[in-house]
Design a protein around this ligand. Sequence first.
Ligand code: PGA
Length: 255
Amino acid sequence: MRTFFIAGNWKMNLIRESSVSLVRQLMETLTSVSGVDVAVCPPSVYLQEVGNTLRGSSLRLGAQNVSAAAEGAFTGEISCGMLKDVGCQYVILGHSERRTLYGETDAMVNEKLHAVLKAGLIPIVCVGETLAQREAGETQKVVREQCTGSLAGLTGEQMAKTVLAYEPVWAIGTGKTASPAQAEEVHADIRDLLSSQFGAAVANQVVIQYGGSVKADNAAELLGQPNIDGALVGGASLKADSFLAIVHAAAAIRK
Ligand code: PGA
């Protein structure tokens, strides 16, 4: 019913040569993988080059951020139209690093989300609690608030096309992963929330990725949970072997 979706968030890593070389290695192996959608999200300056390299393959291209504005005097920003122009299909929105380091709020994520959907791109909307919030027993409340704020005003049809990524902030880049049970609890709660806001039919179509130190050795267990439909992978997406191991773990489960 839902196709596994594994996306590599390269963040501010790799340069031209290493990007192209990684993509070539991924493409070679992905020809023999079916039933899993796979994307890479390089830094914006390399989108075009990576897009040209992967053209014609099953590997897809995503950006890490976008402006909500269509064009104009927005120094340093990039529009949805520009991302489409260089072959992007996906855009990560509201990653915790953007929320924490660059002050992105749910309202800003929501504005970007509407622009992305209007442009025909697929958003990957990130949510997740900090360690302090988890320890204070606020995980459900925080994640529900982020979902409600970030997804405001969507139609059911738009919601069904939107990818969510649950990424507990304390698990990102730390080597600590939510246990499969901890992750599944939040994923199931997000789906319940979507069901109450958009109806069960829509909620059942929404792909919800898990992110936060996903690696070859924990991917199978996480992806085996009923409400975990893929992974947003940071560190382990920078090397072909470790990223492909996660893709293979997904393919082996065949939901
Ligand atoms: P990580 O990053 O896999 O390095 O923890 C995940 C993310 O930030 O999307």
